[in-house]
Design a binder for this molecule. Structure first.
Ligand code: PLP
Length: 362
């Protein structure tokens, strides 16, 4: 069986054990004689999967029953719109930290609704870092402060939790959710499109304080209201059962591995291996992110010329190192090293980087 080291940013690599488990029970799920994608979302076997996934996510995040997990479709991109629709008004606007493409897209939705303002931005520096606490201009009257915790495209990540005073903190954690322990209680609402670190595309997990999602603003359509998902246990309409089932399996896999502490241990080893390869390359590889904003999930770097970058991608693939091409807005390379990327994958890529540099440096 040919499997590559998959460095794609999303959809992305998943634990092999999880894929094998899903394969083994695909034709006969839980003795139903049917697959998980053929049974009713109102059936007992499905309900068990749904509720266990929620419980495991809360347990991993060390959150109590003042929080709930919602499963919503439409991608993280729909959350960009749902958040201001449900929480922001002209008098109490949503405040945004612009640290990359996705946080800018989130702000754009609030602006369309006329309820968004900017608390800080590093756009002038081509998003090579996240703003510092001192740079955040937090409107005390804001409905929330929205940050993107890991900037998938630029390869930067927050290494501190913003102090927002009395303003509620919201975070897009699509690309670093459950990658390390965080004091999640400091956040009122966290969301993640699961196709980066936690499962196949098709569902977003929203982890929120119940007091926040139990009452949405009036005049919102049913499917755009958080309180619909909250009050109906995310079963108002047919949920994306297969995606939720896979997320549940990934959450159980994280628990079995030793939880978020163990994920953080592995992820920091992988990140160090790759950043060391950049830092010891005599300038052949140039990291995009400032050192104190470097992401543990997406390692972005450039080579001396675009021709060498093309050659790097092609030769990496010959060694079964797949998906290392960067996003067009940054250029160069991006190695995404989510939870499921084994340490050996990072070692193989670093080894390739060193050999490639030696044969191509002038
Ligand atoms: C990929 C990504 C998104 C967009 O997710 P969709 O599910 O495609 O809408 C948003 N935010 C971050 C941080 C991402 O990495």
């Amino acid at each position: 069986m040919k499997r590559v080291y998959n460095f794609n940013p999303g959809p992305a690599t998943l634990p092999l054990e999880v894929l094998q488990e899903a394969q083994a029970e695909f034709l006969n799920f839980d003795e139903t004689g049917m697959s998980i994608i053929e049974i009713s979302h109102r059936s007992k076997p499905y309900e068990k999967v749904h509720n266990q996934a929620k419980a495991d996510i809360l347990e991993l995040m060390n959150l109590g029953d003042d929080y709930d997990v919602l499963f919503i479709q439409g991608g993280a991109s729909l959350q960009f719109a749902m958040i201001p629709m449900n929480f922001a008004t002209k008098d109490k606007p949503g405040s945004y930290v612009l640290s990359g493409t996705f946080s800018s897209n989130a702000f754009k939705e609030a602006k369309i609704l006329g309820v968004g303002e900017v608390a800080a931005s590093t756009k002038d520096e081509n998003f090579c870092r996240v703003p510092t606490q001192a740079e955040l201009k937090i409107n005390p009257n804001a409905a929330y402060l929205h940050v993107c915790y890991n900037n998938t495209i630029y390869g930067t990540e927050f290494h501190y939790i913003p102090d927002t005073g009395n303003v509620s903190l919201f975070a897009d954690m699509s690309s670093d959710m459950l990658s390390r322990p965080v004091d999640f209680k400091r956040f009122s609402l966290i969301y993640a499109g699961v196709q980066k670190n936690l499962g196949p595309a098709g569902v977003v997990i929203v982890v929120a304080r119940k007091s926040f999602v139990e009452n949405s603003l009036e005049n919102l359509p049913t499917m755009l209201r958080y309180d619909t998902f909250y009050k109906k246990n995310s079963l108002y309409n047919t949920p994306p059962a297969f995606s939720i089932y896979m997320v549940g399996k990934v959450a159980a896999w994280i628990k079995n591995c030793g939880g978020l502490e163990e994920m953080a241990r592995r992820n920091s080893i992988k990140a160090k291996i790759l950043y060391d390869a950049i830092d010891t390359s005599d300038g052949f590889y140039r990291g995009h992110a400032d050192k104190d904003s470097r992401s543990f999930m997406n390692v972005t770097f450039r080579l001396p010329t675009e021709d060498l970058e093309k050659k790097f991608v092609a030769e990496a693939l010959e060694e079964n190192l797949s998906g290392v091409k960067g996003h067009r807005s940054v250029g160069g390379m991006r190695a995404s090293i989510y939870n499921a990327m084994p340490i050996e994958g990072a070692e193989a890529l670093a080894d390739f980087m060193n050999r490639f540099r030696k044969s191509n440096a002038r």
